[in-house]
Ligand binder design. Structure first.
Ligand code: FUB
Ligand code: ZN
Length: 607
């Protein structure tokens, strides 16, 4: 069986991801903590809220803090941080103190509406439970402290009793998936098979009975329109969907369920061929934060929640445990350098919930002036916290554990999926295999991989965007028999490519996106003046790489044209080709919106 090499076996030692990990350690984890304190999320664990007091707990505040704790645990596992541990220990003490005798734990359904426990499918109790379980597993693994894990085992036991044994709850499967994948983790951390069976129960029951979701959404909203093995398209709320698909993959991997695996494969194919943005963002519609029909990939209205993007990376990374196929690892790469990375500001303090692919600021005033608020326009700049603040703590947990995406191993072959400057040590039989990657990726595509501690077979992903590899590949991977101490060297030359979308992706017709290696570039009006849609990049000109002085990120400069501005021009006039030459500047999509509101676009006209 192919297994992911746990992130904690790897030290990211330099380059892109070291900077991002340092940013989370030095800034983001504290910034999110501070905002969660301001908004009462941490205090809520004291269970002291009473009617009339400010900061009324929300039904899924538990999950916001749980994800933050999980991130804190990953940081701790890489390097202990006493201040983080103190906060987690204090919070865990409150969890232990306020947990019911029977094991139940939920802030809202204890201090606000205790009579409504486990009554309503969309009330997120099991979603919160799942995030708490993931956090408890992570904290136990990082510190060896078991109190939190024990609390969550008690809670899992109680959930098993109510949902699987007594069956006296108001619903059978949760409206927001998450607990399923968490129970698999809890099973792996404790060896308790009942948790695995409970995960199977929740997955198997989804869509199997006629279980209503809510009065405002069809059951496809929570992926319950069909039994999971019969599902072959990605439907409904995108975060719920990818968390479910992660659990389906987890179960199929562990119990060899071919039907479940097939469903995962078919759904994955549906996502990446019809429902994914070039940035790896998914869930294009703000209406339900959801997938819609195939090719509905509006750039201006792209919802593409940060949590959904990172959930897709988690799903794709799990699929790599069935087989090394670069269609999965290419998606991980697309997400982590684009639709996920855009979700956090360059200073690490603020976040996007939605990640649009085009911004035209004046349009955002349209619906207010027409007194018509039916269109939800994505935010144009990032916020430090949201009322519904699921995304920021997801970033806190994802970046420290990014090395989970790097390698997998089946005891004979080490699979190299991503490229990050790093050192890894993994147990191989009786010995220890050391793997060192030296690379400045994605600044350039030079990668040196040195393996020592024994001979091994190594499979290296040849990135899908690179067409210069001359050797043989199997499903996008090149295989090598490597001797102890040998170094593999690659140079995936990062030329700039103009990308087009299939004709069915109508919002992109006649336009091209710019990619260099795995990174999608965009234009902002800060660098190019307003009316970006009127700029035509010169399709034959060379893109000159450089560095953006103000943002400190890579930049591409290319010859381009735009119509000469004529203030007296009528709204419509016969075609005239009075173009002026300009120099267009493009920055990585992940770096947009770091200088205040401005126009931005990913898809451009090309002359
Ligand atoms: O409902 C919990 C989380 O909040 C979802 O995963 C996000 O989409 C947001 O709605
Ligand atoms: Zn989110």
């Amino acid at each position: 069986m192919i297994k992911t090499v746990d992130f904690a076996k790897t030290r990211i030692t330099g380059g892109f991801w070291k900077k991002k990990q340092d940013m989370v350690r030095k800034t983001t984890v504290k910034a999110v903590y501070d905002r969660f304190c301001d908004t009462g999320r941490f205090d809520a664990f004291k269970f002291e809220w009473k009617e009339g007091m400010p900061n009324k707990p929300h039904i899924f505040w538990d999950s916001d803090v749980a994800k933050w704790i999980e991130g804190a645990a990953y940081l701790t596992e890489l390097k202990r941080e006493p201040w983080l541990e103190r906060i987690v220990d204090e919070t865990v003490a409150l969890i232990e103190k306020n947990q019911d005798e029977n094991g139940y734990f939920n802030i809202y359904f204890t201090v606000v509406e205790p009579e409504r426990r486990f009554r309503t499918r969309n009330d997120h109790e099991l979603y919160c439970a799942g995030h708490l379980m993931e956090a408890a597993v992570a904290y136990y693994k990082a510190t060896g402290k078991k109190k939190f894990l024990d609390c969550m085992c008690r809670y899992a036991d109680y959930i098993e009793k109510r949902f699987m044994i007594d069956r006296d709850t108001g619903f059978t499967t949760p409206g927001h998936e998450e607990i399923e994948l968490a129970l698999v983790r809890l099973y792996e951390a404790t060896g308790e098979e009942r948790y695995f069976r409970l995960a199977e129960f929740f997955v198997d029951k989804r869509g199997a009975n006629d279980e209503p979701f809510t009065n405002w959404a069809a059951s496809s909203y929570c992926q319950a329109h069909l039994p999971v093995r019969e599902q072959n398209t990605a439907e409904g709320h995108a975060v719920r969907a990818v968390y479910l698909y992660c659990a389906m993959a987890d179960l199929a991997l562990r119990n060899g369920d071919a039907e479940l695996k097939k469903a995962c494969e078919t759904i994955f194919e549906d996502i990446i061929t019809k429902k994914m943005y070039i940035t790896g963002g998914i869930g294009s519609s703000s209406c339900g934060e959801a997938f819609t029909v195939a090719y509905d990939l509006s750039n201006l209205l792209a919802y593409t929640e940060s949590c959904a993007a990172l959930g897709l990376a988690l799903f794709a990374n799990r699929m790599l445990c069935f087989e090394a196929d670069s269609k999965y690892s290419d998606v991980v790469e697309r997400v982590i350098y684009n639709g996920f990375m855009s979700s956090v500001s360059l200073d690490g303090k603020s976040f996007f919930y939605e990640n649009p692919l085009e911004i035209i600021p004046y349009l955002h005033t349209r619906d207010k002036s027409a007194n018509n608020r039916s269109i939800h326009w994505p935010q144009m700049t990032r916020s430090e916290v949201f009322g519904c603040s699921c995304c920021p703590p997801n970033i806190v947990r994802f970046i420290p554990s990014i090395a989970n995406m790097l390698y997998s191993d089946d005891g004979e072959t080490l699979y190299v999926h991503q490229f990050m400057q790093s050192c890894t040590e993994l147990r191989r039989g009786e010995g220890v295999l050391r793997v060192e990657q030296r690379t400045a990726y994605p600044e350039n595509g030079k990668v040196r991989i040195t393996v020592s501690g024994g001979d091994t077979r190594v499979a290296v992903r040849i990135p899908g965007w690179y067409d210069g590899y001359k050797g043989e590949t199997v499903k996008g991977y090149a295989y090598f028999d490597v001797k102890d101490g040998q170094t593999l060297e690659f140079d995936f030359k990062m030329s700039v490519r103009l990308m087009e979308a299939r004709a069915e992706a109508v919002f992109d017709c006649g336009k091209y996106a710019v990619m260099r290696g795995p990174v999608v570039y965009c234009m902002e009006s800060h660098d190019n003046g307003e009316l970006l849609r009127d700029i035509r990049l010169d399709g034959r000109a060379r893109f000159v790489p450089g560095k953006h002085a103000e943002l400190g990120v890579p930049m591409l400069t290319v010859r381009a044209y735009r119509r000469r501005r004529d203030e007296s021009a009528p709204l419509y006039s016969p075609r005239h080709d009075s173009l002026e030459q300009i120099s267009a500047k493009l920055i990585p999509y992940y770096a947009f919106a770091n200088r205040g509101v401005c126009e931005m676009q990913v898809w451009h006209l090309v002359k």
